[in-house]
Ligand binder design. Structure first.
Ligand SMILES: NC(=O)c1ccc[n+]([C@@H]2O[C@H](COP(=O)([O-])OP(=O)(O)OC[C@H]3O[C@@H](n4cnc5c(N)ncnc54)[C@H](OP(=O)(O)O)[C@@H]3O)[C@@H](O)[C@H]2O)c1
Length: 235
């Protein structure tokens, strides 16, 4: 039986990923920084729930203890993420972005991924088929962001794409360091969730597809890659 933890799974892509993996027969932990939101989501899904705020060392350490006590972990989906927006809801571009805004986004999207992965490594290393899925973004692709023929080129934000580019690098370096694990970055595609005020053009069912697929990667599957639902993406 495969046991999977998804951070930020109380809603959006994480919730849908949890739903699909429960349906596939996995034991799934809905990770949620808020106890009530997490409990409600886990009840709806028939999943377990663990409180985890990826920006908080003590919260992550407590989550490791709880998951370890209940039997360990095979798959970690680093899904929790935030975007930097101004009070009027607009994306913060190069003119307005500050070090503080960058730090806030990196605290969740980058340091959160490292904090959680580092803390769960001992449990993952005990698994027969350890898997890590880092939920990145198409906006992490330097190739795309610099190509005027792609939609990514028009995106003005700085903090969010920089954070996801860092996630891609983290993915590659961890994959090389832990060759027995399958560690990949995925781009769900532009999906209607709270993150983008539901402006995304895909449904969560469509967006979660590549996350679900990579979470189920076997020992012969890829590692150190960057994928969307169509295949490999350019870095
Ligand atoms: N939607 C898209 O178009 C799109 C495209 C590419 C990549 N992504 C990525 O997909 C992932 C999921 O995003 P989404 O679109 O599903 O957004 P969402 O609906 O806003 O969900 C984000 C989740 O992350 C959680 N979260 C935020 N900060 C957290 C923290 N410090 N600790 C723990 N959980 C935290 C949120 O919890 P709360 O409910 O407590 O806030 C929520 O559960 C993100 O990494 C995002 O960057 C999304």
């Amino acid at each position: 039986m495969t046991t999977t933890l998804i951070t930020g799974a109380n809603k959006g892509l994480g919730f849908e990923t949890a739903r699909r993996l429960v349906a596939a027969g996995q034991t799934v932990y809905v990770g949620s920084r808020d106890l009530q939101r997490g409990r409600r989501a886990a009840e709806r899904l028939g999943a377990r729930m663990v409180r985890i705020d990826v920006t908080d060392d003590a919260s992550v350490a407590a989550a490791v203890k709880a998951v370890e006590a209940d039997g360990g972990l095979d798959v970690l989906v680093n899904n929790a993420g935030v975007e930097a927006r101004s009070p009027d809801g607009g994306v913060i571009g190069a003119e307005e972005v500050t070090a503080e805004a960058m730090r806030t986004v990196f605290e969740t999207n980058v340091f959160g991924v490292v904090r959680v992965t580092h803390a769960f490594l001992p449990l993952l290393q005990r698994s027969a088929n350890p898997v890590v899925v880092n939920v990145s973004s198409g906006l992490a692709s330097l190739t795309r962001v610099t190509d005027p023929d792609t939609p990514a080129h028009a995106y003005p934000g700085v903090a969010y794409p920089a954070s996801k580019a860092a996630v891609n690098m983290i993915t590659v370096q961890y994959a090389k360091a832990f060759p027995r694990m399958r560690i990949n970055a995925v781009e769900p595609g532009y999906t209607a969730t709270d993150l983008n005020r539901h402006t995304g053009t895909q449904t969560v069912e469509e967006g979660a597809e590549i996350i679900v697929r990579m979470a189920q990667t076997g020992p012969d599957g890829p590692t150190g890659g960057y994928f969307d639902v169509m295949g490999r993406l350019p870095w």
